[in-house]
Design a protein around this ligand. Structure first.
Ligand code: NAP
Length: 450
């Protein structure tokens, strides 16, 4: 993918030089810069002010040691990160990921994406992301608590309700947010909305747990309706992953009339031709924290297959990748197209490789990119921040309605930008441009620090 603009080629070359070997970060930057070709032509003022040169460099990148003691009394050492990428339109905002694959490249890619996603929500939130290479799998509650407390002991020096507000992501749900919030409060002696995704008894928002999955389906519905006069009704849906995003996407897709027939984890996938029984999934994943293979042992007529990537060979109308980055490649996209897929929307961050995105777009498949389609989680985190600030709680229905409105708006601002900049229906380009322009104008207004 060569750049037409010499300026963008130069910016990308410098990102490559500064971040050698950081494959995920470079992939995310390349995608956004490619989308900005028509903006560079139309807005020389942004080029002159070095906005694109600046936006690809995090304002601050923090790396720290996290040491903790396991149940056997052994000292363990992990690495913690926080990328404070851009604060032009609000305090840094973005989740914390606990997974062994976490490294500087992964955190930078997620933090960079978050700038544009948060901008698209229309709420005043800058972009950030953090996490650690700690693996929560198989750890006791005590180990999780000690890790989270140690992690927050350092992180608390860098965050705050008006500075940087982390949330959950892979491996970080309500339990982990609770331990981290408790430690922040202990160390700082203040009760503020410094984290989102909190429990409902201490400042959390109703519908935050459901928000990313629900929001993904609201976005997909609007895309189906406006681009092809279609809906979820009667459609077969395949969803990868079986974590927070996948579970609530399954719930909403089913409520909207779709039949979800498959889910996965990193070991394999389940296929249930009768439609996934979500109560069983919730019991296995949310209560027992067990593997998805359990489902096939409990639900007659369902099947378990080893190897998570096989999920894309299942015939479906709508595919919602909700597990992790680069989980769907060009060959798998070809398979989905051959099997008649009409729409793909990303619940996970950057789950489709660039080759997969190209296959979908060349074959006329409606494609909703992550930064637009999965923005419902952070949007509802923004609503949690608002409720914390006014010390008030909205009802589930109020939050859900605002979420729906935000997702519908995100579809339209992405679609409208794609049209305005000459690629009608290319939501990758549209979301990147719409998200970028708001942040770029704010950066322009705020001047340059020499
Ligand atoms: P989660 O609750 O930790 O669940 C992640 C799920 O994905 C688990 O079932 C995990 O299985 C599975 N998984 C991981 N790698 C996989 C692979 N290679 N193939 C198949 N399944 C795999 O995390 P989550 O919050 O749902 O996040 C999922 C994705 O959504 C991430 O990309 C995240 O950045 C994105 N996202 C989340 C939110 C949010 O509000 N939570 C918001 C926006 C975007 P194992 O148990 O085997 O690891």
């Amino acid at each position: 993918m060569a750049f037409k603009s010499e300026y963008l080629a130069k910016v990308y070359a410098s990102v490559e030089k500064r971040n050698p070997g950081e494959a995920e970060f470079l992939q995310a930057v390349k995608e956004v810069l490619t989308s900005l070709e028509p903006v560079v032509a139309a807005r020389p003022d942004l080029v002159k002010a070095g906005v694109i040169d600046r936006i690809v460099e995090p304002e601050r990148f923090i790396q720290f040691r996290v040491s903790w003691v396991d149940d056997n009394g052994n000292v363990q050492v992990n690495r913690g990160f926080r990328a404070q990428f851009n604060s032009a339109i609000g305090p840094y905002k973005g989740g914390l990921r606990l997974h062994p694959s976490v490294c500087a490249s992964v955190i930078k890619f997620l933090g960079f994406e978050q700038i544009f996603k948060n901008s698209l929500t229309g709420l005043p939130m800058g972009g950030g992301k953090g996490g650690s290479d700690f693996d929560p799998k198989g750890k006791s509650d005590g180990e999780i608590m000690r890790f989270c407390q140690s992690f927050m002991t350092e992180l608390c020096k860098h965050i705050g309700a008006d500075t940087d507000v982390p949330a959950g992501d892979i491996g970080v749900g309500g339990r982990e947010i609770g331990f981290m919030f408790g430690q922040y409060k202990r160390l700082r002696n203040e009760f503020t909305g410094v984290l989102t995704g909190k429990g409902l008894t201490y400042g959390g928002s109703l519908a935050r747990t459901e928000a990313t999955g629900y929001g993904l389906c609201y976005f997909t519905s609007e895309m189906l309706k406006c681009m092809k006069n279609e809906s979820f009704k009667g459609k077969t849906v395949v969803i990868s992953g079986s974590g927070n995003v996948a579970i609530y996407a399954t719930q909403k897709a089913t409520e909207l009339g779709g039949k979800v027939v498959a889910l996965s984890d990193s070991n394999g996938y389940i296929y249930d031709k009768n439609g996934i029984n979500l109560d069983v999934v919730k019991q296995i994943k949310e209560v027992e924290r067990a593997r998805i293979s359990e489902y096939a042992k409990r639900v007659p007529g369902s099947e378990y297959h080893e190897g998570c990537r096989g999920i894309w060979s299942i015939k479906c109308d709508i595919a919602l990748p909700c597990a992790t980055q680069n989980e769907l490649n060009g060959d798998e996209a070809q398979m989905l197209v051959k099997n008649g897929v009409i729409a793909v929307a990303e619940g996970a961050n950057m789950p489709s490789t660039p080759e997969a995105v190209e296959v979908f777009q060349k074959n006329g498949v409606m494609f909703g990119p992550a930064k637009a389609a999965n923005a419902g989680g952070v949007a509802t985190s923004g609503l949690e921040m608002s409720q914390n600030s006014i010390r008030y709680s909205w009802t589930f229905e109020e939050v859900d309605k605002k979420l729906n409105d935000i997702m519908v708006n995100i579809f339209h601002s992405s679609y409208d930008a794609s049209k305005k900049f000459g690629s009608e229906g290319d939501l990758v380009m549209g979301a990147n441009i719409a998200g970028f322009l708001k942040v770029a104008d704010a950066m322009l207004a705020q001047g340059i620090a020499y």
